[in-house]
Design a protein around this ligand. Structure first.
Ligand code: ZN
Length: 136
């Protein structure tokens, strides 16, 4: 694993939370992106090498809507950047971690992503991501 790419935070309303995190981090978000496959709108803040990803549900079927219903706003996942996502999936699966999707899918920020079930990783929803720009 290369680094913590970002921390994903579930929010009720992107506009309000963008303002809050702007104040907190001292800098505004640098982009907003809808991810249709996950039924979310996201916004990104840069902090050095890492990012904060705010996630707002775009419809009631969104995993973020369900998360907020159960637990309220808060940290949703931690994303690690990897060099070879397929090799990392294999490595983690062999060690008993349970992927939520077997095939990496297209996530926000021009990345291939896979999520691992929090039950297999100490209650933390883990995302692996590989930048598509670094793929040949
Ligand atoms: Zn993420």
């Amino acid at each position: 694993m290369i680094r913590i790419d970002h921390i994903g935070i579930a929010v009720r309303e992107l506009g309000t939370s963008n303002e809050l995190f702007h104040k907190l981090l001292g800098e505004a978000h640098y982009k907003i992106e809808a991810v249709e496959s996950e039924h979310v709108s996201t916004s990104f803040f840069k902090i050095g090498e890492s990012k904060i990803e705010l996630l707002e549900a775009s419809d009631p079927e969104s995993p973020i809507a369900k998360f907020i219903e159960k637990r309220g706003e808060g940290i949703h996942h931690i994303a690690f950047e990897v060099e070879d996502i397929l090799a990392e999936i294999k490595r983690l699966e062999a060690d008993g971690f349970v992927p939520l999707n077997r095939e990496p899918k297209r996530g926000a920020d021009n990345k291939l992503v896979v999520f691992f079930h929090p039950k297999s990783s100490g209650g933390v929803l883990v995302e692996l991501c590989q930048s598509l720009e670094t793929m040949d």
